[in-house]
Design a protein around this ligand. Sequence first.
Ligand code: FAD
Length: 288
Amino acid sequence: MTKIADLLAAGPTFSVEFPAPKSPGMLRQLEKAARELEARRPDFCSVTYGAGGSTKDGTLEAVEYIHRETELVVMPHLTCAGQTREDVLGLVQRYRDEGIENLLALAGDPPLDGQQVGDFRFAVELIDLAREHADFTIGVSAFPEVHPNSPSRDEDRRRLADKLSKAEFGITQFFWTADHYFRLRDELDALGCTTPVIPSLFPVGNIEVAKRITGMNGAEWPQWLDDRLAAVADDPEGIRRVGIDVATEIGARLLEEDPPGLHLYTLNRSESAGEIWDNLGLDDRRTK
Ligand code: FAD
């Protein structure tokens, strides 16, 4: 089974995410992390795509490595905002011809220089293009705490429900309180949306980085998290431990309500994701 739609239909999926490598050294690190995590048999893994196509080659190389050299089912992230139809279609076709069967279709953020050149604005446009040219299982993003560009919560949920109706599943942005995910789930239920949305877990490894990304996502950085991290701020291993503990606690709370899966950020290191995996007993929860 290599289509995520089929995997989800057979039970919850436990998956991992690798950030797109920006250098040959980072690619080697990703390859090592992928090989180490392969032993835990995640249902699938994904590889991110740098904003505006900035890691086009790195993402492609990483996806091809995982697809050809490991047993992992791999799903590339692909963004479209600020890019030409020709460039985006080129990658869609390349992945299809490589035998890749899953795609995470994203708008992505337009280039930082503010020059909005390109043929796309929204993720739904990429879904349409990919459907025209390939038979992927398509996933999309979801923001439990509302996408920062959305004018209102209602509008965000309506757009998201529309997008999910064109996709096979969603994956959330990470969050620090499981209730954000449960509220999203309930709001989508109320809109009649039945597409599974998989929550993500992010192990803090660096306080400033985690805080910055949380802020960019328009998400809450709770005081209790700040306090727990402040207590170990001078000790990198202490920070990593708190990161693992917090992700484990959020994951355990999520699992109480049987989500369609869990998606773990790896930051291209296998240790933290592997420890969270084991703490949550994901091997024993496998139904396939
Ligand atoms: P969309 O779903 O298109 O939505 C963007 C905004 O536009 C929302 O506010 C939405 O409500 C609004 N909108 C959507 N359609 C319409 C419409 N027709 N009319 C008006 N408004 C509309 N970024 C990367 O660069 N690379 C990655 O690999 C990457 N991976 C991600 C993985 C996950 C799981 C998540 C949650 C995010 C990821 N991102 C990634 C970030 C994401 O690309 C950015 O947040 C980006 O700003 C929005 O992309 P999107 O696909 O969510 O956009």
